[in-house]
Design a binder for this molecule. Structure first.
Ligand SMILES: Cc1cc2nc3c(=O)[nH]c(=O)nc-3n(C[C@H](O)[C@H](O)[C@H](O)COP(=O)(O)OP(=O)(O)OC[C@H]3O[C@@H](n4cnc5c(N)ncnc54)[C@H](O)[C@@H]3O)c2cc1C
Length: 251
């Protein structure tokens, strides 16, 4: 049976009014890059459950000193505004076991790994790409991050660090949909795959012969990308039936 362990907030970053990262010390909790924790705060009095919990992907690599979570505040949501209001040394609870199969060990071999994210779906890739695993398994790695406004392009320093550590093997493609932004693609990821703009930008083919794609974040992007990839003859990957893409939806 899983149980709650008490962690302490040891760091907090406010990227925008709606986007936050929390660093939480909870050293007994271990995980594999790509997995998620369940974060919780005490539920309102009279609730059925004592704790109000939600899943959040680990952003830090597994050997990090503190765990890090990147989330947006849903103003009407019961938990995310409360998480954003936490300050240093406040308590936050975590289930004592990490979960999920959105991990490199679950992927079949391919020449290139494509990591596609909307919004806070960037998180698990920042954990994965700061381990050795993807670099031992794939020759090239592409990271695609789609947001509405340029200010939502968080973690630029971490992404620059990954690029510097892997010269010639890493490509980053940011997308900004609601305003023009120099150095970013415009529009939505699925459209830019359909019309060839994304492969032209990264110079890495996104094909069944060459690539495995991971899709994370907004369920509309995941559904539309799934359709685009299937039109290219790519299949969802299952343990028993190896395929070409793996997905994780956040809601
Ligand atoms: C496996 C998994 C991993 C997750 N990891 C993260 C993560 O790393 N970071 C993160 O921000 N969220 C993540 N989520 C979503 C997260 O668990 C919460 O749902 C979210 O933080 C909102 O919580 P809430 O209690 O405030 O509102 P909820 O009642 O949970 O959600 C209210 C509504 O907000 C929408 N919504 C939920 N999550 C998001 C989101 N991230 N962006 C935009 N709209 C959303 C949905 O329409 C949902 O019905 C993950 C979800 C899953 C299933």
């Amino acid at each position: 049976m899983s149980k709650w362990i008490e962690g302490k907030v040891v760091g907090k970053k406010r990227w925008t009014e709606r986007l936050f990262s929390l660093q939480v010390a909870a050293s007994s909790l271990t995980f594999v890059a790509g997995q998620f924790a369940r974060l919780a705060l005490p539920a309102a009095p009279g609730s059925e459950e004592a704790m109000l919990g939600r899943p959040y992907s680990f952003v830090n690599p597994p050997d990090g000193a503190a765990h890090e979570f990147y989330f947006n505040v849903l103003p009407e949501g019961p938990l995310s505004p409360r998480l954003a209001a936490l300050e240093g040394d406040d308590s936050v609870w975590l289930l004592d076991r990490a979960n999920g199969f959105f991990c490199v060990a679950e992927l079949p071999d391919a020449a290139a790994l494509w990591c596609l994210a909307t919004g806070t779906g960037l998180g698990p890739y920042l954990s994965i790409l700061r381990t050795e695993e993807p670099w031992e398994k794939f020759e090239r790695v592409v990271l695609v991050h789609a947001v509405r406004h340029a200010a939502d392009l968080s973690y630029g320093d971490v992404i620059a660090g990954i690029a510097a550590a892997r010269p010639g093997r890493f490509a980053f493609a940011p997308f900004v949909s609601r305003e023009p932004h120099k150095g970013a693609l415009s529009g939505r990821i699925p459209d830019a795959v359909r019309d060839g703009r994304l492969e032209a930008w990264t110079r890495v083919p996104l094909t069944a012969e060459n690539a495995h794609a991971m899709l994370c974040g907004n369920p509309d992007m995941v559904r539309d990308m799934q359709e685009v990839l299937e039109q290219r003859g790519m299949r969802r990957h299952r343990r028993r039936e190896p395929g070409h893409f793996t997905l994780e939806t956040y809601w």
